[in-house]
Design a protein around this ligand. Structure first.
Ligand code: 16G
Ligand code: MG
Length: 546
């Protein structure tokens, strides 16, 4: 067929280095940008097939998120704006690793397995982050789409969540919003302004101010672009806007969360509210320093608590009986889980690490708030929940308090990007909640106190020897490891620890929390040693932290 001839011809412009093997991991392909040209071309092909199969628009985002500037990566987006389904992650890996001469066979194999009608039209949306390699790599994606005769729309520089949003809007015929960047700003900012009008009467101009660390990436560009839509209801000082610093270098949400310190390149005054985005703006963390110079981090767990508390109160005021739950991972601080379950009395679920797991678990409730501790998260509203809220907001016989709560819920729904965690949308929601409640960042922080914790990594010869269960909270292999962890945990107060093979790096991750930092540090070290000894550690034995 002519289509396949075109693929052959074009693919020779994007040849695969022989022997190179890459995996579609937790968040797509991600590695040094120089190994990715053929991957991008092939993901253009695969997205075209996926579009034919689903008869819907598919998204392809070129980014390596919080990785260093030299890296790049690619993620596929399914019709409703969610991550691509697992079976197709498998196809992505197969197609990526087929040697140059076997590409057509690999392609035909997928077409056959999925019974794809090749005469079906295909549409693919493509976006990219600010990395210098992103321009040519996104061109390779576009080449892949056109080689199979698909139509593409190049959104150019966008955040990852913006592209997810565009895909969802397109496939819901505009019901979710307009599939343009302007449409995105308009929807989110209008909802934000409606919410802000409800702010506590004592809210000063100072409280409308927020310092944003843009990680020298796409998020910074997009915050600038959005600013005029905010009509000074939110006054942003933007740092690390990419004009001088390097992408993600000593800045951004991942740096701040892992290092537990402020990014470089930001002027931080004691008591002032600040936040950091990651390199593709799908994560956000907040922080401030107090008058003693002490750093205070408000991570994904604190964000989930703030949002779910706000929503639960609104539901009570609205008199709506909707089931709300918070979805976390094993990394959630024990204090947050306790607070949510025991004080807030909301349902808490724990899933494996990785956005898609949290997203799916959240879909099971009327309102599902999901956040990873690292700051990736959003809120999902079921169709039923949205309808009930709308009915109430429009009911002419309803009393004012219930109606006001329902309207607030409506605007909350509109400020949220439900397709995936979105730093810009999360920021607007958090700012609106703080304004409505007249709450300072210190008061938010004081809702509960985090247990001190430590994360370490251990190199082993094959991390697959570690197998886990119970949402990664217990190890089932190698033999004896879980028993060893249990014994070590018992030596510390308020302690918890787990280990899991990383999905993005060739290491085993160790998490420990306990009553004091010393205790968390020594537990993390002791568990690292157990991993090193029982799971085939390589290199030097882990050393104590102190
Ligand atoms: C990826 C995941 C993130 C997860 C992280 C864990 C997505 C979009 N991203 O970045 O959710 O927290 O991996 O990394 O799913 P690890 O497996 O190396 O600990
Ligand atoms: Mg990211």
């Amino acid at each position: 067929m002519a289509q396949f001839e075109e693929v052959s011809k074009q693919s020779s412009q994007h040849p695969k280095p022989a022997g190179l093997v890459l995996q579609y991991g937790t968040a797509g392909f991600r590695t040094n940008a120089k190994h990715l040209d053929h991957i991008m071309f092939r993901m253009g092909l695969l997205a075209t097939l996926r579009s034919k199969k689903t008869k819907a628009t598919i998204g392809v985002m070129v980014t390596a998120s919080h990785n260093p500037e030299e890296d790049n990566g690619v993620k596929l987006i399914d019709p409703m704006g969610e991550m691509v389904t697992p079976a197709w992650e498998g196809y992505a890996t197969q197609l990526a690793n087929a040697e140059q001469g076997d590409l057509l066979t690999a392609l035909k194999d997928i077409i056959e397995k999925e019974s794809i009608n090749m005469s079906q039209e295909a549409n693919v949306f493509v976006g990219k982050d600010t990395r210098s390699s992103s321009a040519s790599l996104s061109q390779a994606v576009l080449d892949g789409v056109s080689a199979l005769g698909g139509h593409s729309k190049d959104y150019g520089l966008v955040t990852t969540p913006q592209l997810h949003y565009m895909v969802c809007c397109q496939n819901t015929q505009g019901k979710y919003g307009e599939a343009t960047i302007e449409g995105y700003y308009r929807k989110l900012c209008q909802a934000f302004i409606h919410l802000s009008v409800q702010q506590a009467s004592n809210c000063t101009d100072d409280q409308k101010h927020l310092s944003v660390d843009g990680a020298n990436g796409i998020g910074a560009l997009k915050v600038r672009e959005m600013e005029s839509h905010l009509r000074r209801e939110l006054q942003i000082s933007l740092f690390n806007d990419g004009s001088k610093g390097k992408l993600n270098h000593q800045c951004g949400a991942d740096f701040v969360k892992v290092q537990q310190k402020p990014p470089t390149g930001i002027n931080i005054n004691p008591g002032e509210r600040c936040c950091s985005f990651d390199g593709d703006a799908d994560r956000i963390v907040y922080y401030y320093t107090d008058s003693d110079g002490q750093f205070h981090l408000l991570d994904g767990d604190k964000i989930a608590t703030l949002i779910s508390t706000f929503l639960k109160e609104l539901l009570t005021q609205a008199g709506l009986d909707l089931k709300i739950a918070v979805v976390q991972t094993a990394y959630a601080n024990g204090s947050s889980t306790h607070y949510l379950e025991d004080t807030m009395k909301v349902i808490v679920r724990c899933t494996k690490t990785g956005v898609k797991h949290l997203h799916h678990a959240a879909q099971e409730f009327d309102i599902g708030v999901y956040f990873e501790a690292n700051g990736h998260g959003t809120v999902l509203f079921s169709k039923v929940a949205e309808e009930k809220i709308q009915q109430l907001a429009e009911d002419p016989n309803m009393n004012d308090e219930r109606k006001r709560a329902a309207r607030l819920l409506q605007n909350t729904i509109n400020v949220i990007n439900q397709t995936v965690g979105d730093a810009i949308s999360d920021m607007l929601l958090i700012e609106a909640i703080l304004a409505i409640r007249g709450m300072t960042v210190q008061q938010w922080d004081a809702i509960y106190s985090d247990l001190p914790n430590r994360q370490l990594k251990v190199k082993v010869s094959d991390r697959r020897v570690i197998d886990t269960t119970d949402a990664e909270r217990r190890a089932v292999s190698p033999a004896g490891l879980q028993e060893a962890i249990d014994t070590l945990v018992k030596k510390h107060r308020l302690a918890r620890s787990f280990v899991r093979p990383s999905g993005t790096e060739d290491v085993v991750r160790v998490y420990a929390e306990a009553e004091t930092q010393e205790s968390a540090d020594s537990l993390a070290h002791e568990v690292s040693l157990a991993v090193y000894r029982l799971a085939g550690g390589v290199g030097d034995e882990p050393k104590p932290l102190h």
